[in-house]
Design a protein around this ligand. Structure first.
Ligand code: SAM
Length: 270
């Protein structure tokens, strides 16, 4: 198989794995599914028989043409030649329907795809996703607070979705084999902003400030972000040690700190 390394083209050739990925999406008989990067159709082929409607987004013109020809007699399958990061998901799926997403992702844009899906999850466009990505990235997305891999990506992901770690594949499952192992995650989009009493956009900014420098304590990161020492002292909850790092805090504690800081700042200004 010819491939373009720049487009992250490592094609899945392990038959059990491609079935397991589609199985992980559950019962899709009544669902519209968007596939990111169908390539030569390893996943597309199985999914086309199972879901009500399949929209596959492929950037590579030759691959999009190959798949358009291959699925020409299956009207439930629509191949769209587009950059997934530029695709307008709402216009692809008219009628306010929520869709599911699947993809053996092009690894070079994994984080950007995740951010796009979190926004789509918040807008009720996407309900769940089964995604294969580089193992190290999957470990960060799914890490719990306090473990080595936990950081900004974990916190952002877990504010937006319930993440399940499904299985890991060796390089030999692909042609050509990538240099890394690959992990499949399932994300059930369920944004927690309202439940935790935070505004989505400003809490996202707050998380960036909290995790700005890994070697700094949470308090020092917030000092660098412009919070006054007195504000931090007045708002700091007794259960959070002064030397705590953002990486050690569960999202509930992070949200509680954000709310208290907001309240103290408002009081200071009044
Ligand atoms: N799904 C196939 C499989 O499992 O064998 C191919 C997976 S391959 C890892 C990633 C695919 O994403 C390639 O087909 C590549 O051309 C496509 N791709 C790369 N960048 C893309 C982008 N920005 N938008 C849409 N597809 C992209």
């Amino acid at each position: 198989m010819k491939h373009k390394p720049k487009l992250g083209q490592n094609f899945l050739v392990d038959d059990a794995a491609r079935h397991a990925i589609v199985d992980a999406l559950g019962d899709v008989r009544q669902r519209t599914v968007i596939e990111i990067g169908p390539g030569h159709g390893a996943i597309t082929e199985i999914l086309a028989r199972r879901c009500q409607r399949l929209i596959a987004l492929e950037l590579d013109r030759a691959l999009a043409a190959e798949l358009t020809f291959r699925f020409r007699d299956q009207p439930q399958v629509q191949i769209v030649e587009v950059d997934v990061l530029k695709a307008d998901l709402t216009s692809l799926v008219p009628g306010g329907e929520t869709v599911d997403v699947i993809g053996n992702l092009p690894y070079y844009i994994t984080s950007d795809i995740l951010l796009k899906l979190f926004a789509a999850g918040s807008a009720d466009i996407v309900a769940r996703a089964v995604l294969m990505m580089q193992r190290e990235v999957a470990d960060r997305v799914s890490a719990a607070p306090g473990v080595r891999d936990y950081g900004l990506l974990s916190a952002t992901a877990q504010m937006n979705a319930q993440v399940s770690h499904l299985f890991t594949l060796p390089p030999e499952a692909f042609s050509p084999p990538p240099e890394v192992y690959s992990t499949v995650l399932r994300l059930e989009f369920a944004p927690r902003f309202a439940e935790l009493g935070v505004d989505a956009a400003s809490f996202d900014t707050f998380l960036h400030q909290c995790f700005a420098q890994k070697r700094k304590t949470l308090m020092n990161n917030l000092r660098s972000a412009g919070y006054a020492a007195e504000t931090l002292a007045a708002a700091w909850p007794s259960e959070i040690p002064a030397q705590a790092r953002a990486e050690s805090l569960p999202l509930e504690a992070m949200a509680s700190l954000y709310r208290t800081l907001g309240a103290v700042e408002i009081l200071g200004k009044s």
